[in-house]
Design a protein around this ligand. Structure first.
Ligand code: NAX
Ligand code: K
Length: 507
């Protein structure tokens, strides 16, 4: 499913009218109705419920007028509070203001008919508050009485339904503009917006429903929208097929260059996760004692050891020789980042001839010398967490988190795939961006990134391009964690490895 910014949504609105003869008034009518139908899906019987509909000054408020009118078909207990000026409403919102009045809608204008204290009293007694204060037209920090209303909602409401977006969120970033509504249910229209997927917005939305309001599918699926959510359908189409008449060579050879005396576990996790996603042959190049640990855990691995604590320049020859025999390489987990390692990494990457996944310490080495990226001649995936991406880009940590514009820019600049790992992981290629929503806090544990890197490498070795290998891996990695049956956070990364097959079976 595609994702659109507020600007793109406005463009959809314009094109719906100009190319498809569907004016905004029709979209607004269906938007308001879809909110009521979504509430009905949750609560079944609306006639027993009481509602407070808070309408703001723009078209989000217009949707609220429509919803209130539709609710009056079910119950008399609908109070509408309008925080705006009737004379300043858009044509469509103004028409719906009048329609609502004409069917007996009890519209009380804030500051004229009711005070904030009155609203608080009504809110405490109401079953459901509908938040139609601000939508995708919000500009800057929330101001004036609307900020006060949002405070009341968060203090006193029993159940909140936000129309389109929780008021106060920046729809393009998911950041809170001063204050924002904490919703139980958010009903958005046509397509999700970034704020529904990126934290803190993702959390404030509560349950998310994407309602159809009549925007033609050709428009929603238009190629001009280059961002989308990773779905199970997408992943199941991409996972490599298995053939009865096959052998280990049919499923690719991966070279994993990982581990050091201090971090043997990283090498083991990276290698095993590649086998878990179906890779036919994994060769681990590592430092002692990771080779022994790895073979003990899984005798199917092949391990070559460099006889020192860390990789260094002298190891480039053996690494390149092994890579000549591989379909893909993963490099970085646990290799540390001293001068010798950096020289090894840069010379290796410069001469590499097969696709590569660069993770963890590999990225920290790169951050010290970004020129290396310009010299890589093969398809590459970088898998930074926000702190690593901050080092790579030289930006502040707070500015890189969930910053899909930055992943897109970086991906274009160096012509590679960026996988920015977080609760919502963002994958950018030079032309497209994918948002992943699977996973939970069990993944916040040392070693889980090594597993992801190994999975991407394992899929790449089987012939998936770097984009598809990243999409499958990120989705399945998250899904595997959701299959852990106990309390979130208790999972060991070795258990995550063992849940990869369960996730693969599900898609
Ligand atoms: N295709 C579309 O774009 C559709 C949009 N619809 C609705 O229209 C909404 C967008 O409507 P608008 O563009 O009128 O914008 P909004 O209704 O989101 O808000 C704009 C109004 O809020 C006020 N405002 C802006 N920033 C503020 C701030 N920081 N503090 C306090 N007040 C502020 C402005 O004075 C303006 O009047 C969508 O979110 C959705 O609910 C729907 O009717 C369906 C179709
Ligand atoms: K809203």
């Amino acid at each position: 499913m595609k994702i659109v910014t507020s600007q793109q949504m406005k463009e959809i609105d314009r094109l719906a009218a100009e190319q498809f003869f569907i004016p905004s008034s029709i979209l607004m009518e269906r938007a308001g109705l879809s909110v009521v139908l979504s509430i009905e899906q949750v609560f079944k019987n609306l006639s027993d419920l009481s509602f407070l509909v808070l309408c703001g000054p723009g078209n989000n408020g217009g949707d609220g007028f429509v919803a209130a009118r539709d609710l009056l078909d079910y119950t008399d207990y609908v109070t509408i509070v309008f925080a705006g000026d009737e004379k300043k409403l858009s044509v469509e919102a103004g028409e719906n203001f009048k329609r609502l009045k004409s069917v007996g809608g009890d519209i009380r204008v804030l500051g004229v008919d009711v005070t904030l204290d009155d609203v608080a009293d009504i809110m405490k007694k109401c079953d459901i508050v509908i938040d139609a204060l601000l939508g995708i037209g919000i500009k800057g920090e929330v101001r004036g009485q609307i900020a006060e209303l949002i405070k009341l909602i968060n203090l006193y409401s029993n159940y909140v339904v936000s129309i389109d977006i929780p008021s106060g969120l920046d729809s393009d970033t998911g950041k809170i503009l001063g204050i924002a509504v904490k919703a139980d249910l958010t009903v958005t229209f046509g397509l999700p917006k970034p704020c529904h997927l990126l934290y803190p917005g993702r959390e404030l939305c509560g349950q998310l429903k994407v309602a159809s309001i009549g925007i033609p599918r050709v428009l929603r699926e238009s190629k001009q929208f280059t961002r989308q959510i990773i779905t199970k359908q997408l992943v199941s189409r991409l996972i490599p097929e298995r053939f009865p008449d096959s052998h280990k060579g049919s499923y690719g050879k991966l070279l994993v260059i990982a581990g050091s005396a201090e971090y043997p576990g990283a090498a083991v996790l990276t290698s095993l996760s590649a086998l878990r996603v179906g890779c036919g042959y994994v060769h681990l190049l590592t430092c002692s004692p990771a080779n022994e640990v790895a073979i003990q855990r899984e005798p199917g691995l092949v391990a070559t050891v460099v006889d020192k604590k860390h990789f260094c320049e002298q190891d480039v020859a053996i690494a390149l020789e092994l890579s000549n025999n591989a379909d893909a390489v993963v490099i970085g987990p646990g290799i540390t980042c001293n001068d010798g390692v950096r020289k090894f990494l840069s010379e290796f990457l410069e001469n590499l001839k097969v696709p590569v996944v660069i993770d963890a310490d590999g990225l920290n080495c790169l951050a010290r010398d970004l020129n290396i990226l310009e010299k890589i001649q093969v398809p590459a995936v970088l898998t930074p967490h926000p702190a690593e991406f901050a080092r790579l880009t030289g930006e502040d940590l707070s500015d890189v988190k969930y910053n899909y514009l930055l992943t897109e820019e970086f991906s274009k600049k160096y012509n590679l795939v960026v996988v920015l790992k977080s609760a919502t992981t963002i994958i950018s290629t030079p032309n497209e961006t994918f948002f992943n929503l699977t996973g939970n806090t069990s993944l916040s544990k040392a070693g889980s990134g090594d597993i992801l890197a190994g999975m991407i490498g394992g899929f790449a070795a089987q012939g998936l391009n770097q984009k598809d290998a990243s999409i499958c891996s990120v989705y399945l990695h998250g899904l595997a964690s959701e299959h852990y049956r106990h309390r979130e956070g208790s999972m060991l990364v070795s258990e995550l490895l063992d849940l990869i097959p369960v996730a693969m079976e599900e898609v």
